[in-house]
Design a binder for this molecule. Structure first.
Ligand SMILES: *Cc1c(COP(=O)(O)O)cnc(C)c1O
Length: 375
């Protein structure tokens, strides 16, 4: 059986976890958390990275820092994971969904401005499959309407737009280190902060509303409750697992990219014959091979292909029931404009197995089975 995903493991994880235990610092912000944050800051150029318990929590933290209030509107795609919307719904805000572009599956930047109202407070672009949204256009709209930008870059670590790391354009960027992502700690994430002015408050909210981070740095001699907050910091044992992978980030990236390119090449004849569609990566975007997907003719064909692949020991999956069609999406949000592509394109998309360590022979086998299906 070829699994859809296998969590990344490079070999040093257990050694580093043992080190965290030996350090007698298994709670948050120990040696490995600091190493991961330093790595993210170095690699992306962000002012500040704060490791979190998940990308969901990084988004929640960002919504608190952006001061999202009840009744505020946040513009986002409906083709995304629930967390993009949850973070704002928890603050009483209204997700306003706009249609996606069929080529990248990202929010259609040309439709955003028409969805802006007096209540709009924020744009939350999602970089689907690690391929960037049109950030120049989005940042320009945000600037002219004085909106915050919170990037859901859960899938976008190591990807760039015009040479700049995803997660560093908006006021806040959110990474995921869930086991299904390119680099993992089981459950985890990071908040990237662009402007220095937010750093202190972010540290406080992440540490239960206290100034404990300052205390640990020796900047104050006792810590106390200074604001509202929650607990958004992961155990250093989890960070130890992640650090083993960040150290080998280039190797993991190259391995995934080799699989991605192999899929693309092998399936190009099928795309040229008009049977399927392949992912599109705009010239300004460098992606991270987070995902390899194809598009079938329609939902019915996709269902048959999934069954066929399963019969041949290949697990292929689809995702995202568009949020505006889900019960909570109908309750909390609204769709602005026409759903021209979100639903139809989501029904055609099929994700093929993609993980660090997927073998070339396995990619070949999968591609041959896809071709066999279309014969
Ligand atoms: C994975 C993912 C999330 C959630 O990440 P967690 O770390 O599991 O909370 C949010 N948004 C998108 C687009 C994702 O792919």
């Amino acid at each position: 059986m070829i699994n859809f995903n296998v969590p990344p493991c490079t070999g040093k994880e257990l050694e580093y976890i043992a080190k965290a235990v030996k350090n007698q610092k298994i709670c948050g912000d120990g040696e490995f958390t600091k190493k991961c944050d330093a790595w993210i800051e170095e690699k992306t150029g962000t002012k500040k990275s704060l490791l979190t318990t998940s990308c969901t929590h990084a988004l929640e933290l960002a919504a608190l820092l952006a001061d999202i209030k009840p009744g505020d509107e946040v513009i986002m795609p409906a083709y995304t994971f629930v967390s993009t919307a949850d973070a704002f719904v928890l603050r009483g805000a209204v997700p306003v969904f706009v249609d996606i572009r069929p080529d990248t599956m990202n929010i259609d930047e040309k439709l955003i401005e028409a969805a802006v109202t007096e209540k709009t407070k924020c744009i939350a672009p999602v970089h689907y499959a690690g391929v960037s949204c049109e950030m120049d256009t989005i940042m320009d709209i945000a600037k002219r309407h004085n909106l915050a930008v919170i990037e859901d870059a859960a899938q976008g670590i190591m990807s760039t737009y015009k040479g700049k790391a995803l997660g560093t354009f908006g006021d806040f960027g959110c990474f995921s280190f869930h086991e299904t992502k390119n680099y993992s700690m089981g459950e985890g994430g990071a908040l990237l902060i662009r402007d220095e002015k937010h750093i202190e408050n972010a540290e406080i909210i992440r540490e239960k509303g206290t100034n404990r981070s300052k205390y640990f740095r020796g900047q104050i001699d006792k810590y106390t409750w200074v604001n509202f907050g929650s607990s958004y910091l992961p155990s250093d044992m989890n960070a130890a697992y992640l650090y083993a992978q960040l150290e080998m980030a280039e190797e993991i990236a190259a391995d995934r990219m080799a699989s991605w390119n192999r899929y693309y090449e092998a399936l190009t004849p099928l795309a040229e014959a008009g049977k399927i569609e392949l992912p599109y990566v705009p010239a300004d975007c460098e992606h991270n091979a987070h995902m390899f997907y194809i598009k079938t003719a329609d939902l019915e064909e996709r269902t048959r292909l999934i069954t066929f692949l399963k019969e041949n020991d290949i697990l292929a999956v689809f995702h995202y029931i568009p949020l505006h069609t889900a019960p909570a999406g109908q309750k909390f949000g609204r769709f602005h404009g026409e759903d021209k592509y979100t639903t139809t394109e989501s029904e055609r998309l099929l994700r093929l197995p993609m993980y660090y360590g997927l073998k070339a022979e396995e990619v070949d086998y999968i591609c041959n089975k896809v071709k066999e299906f279309y014969r």
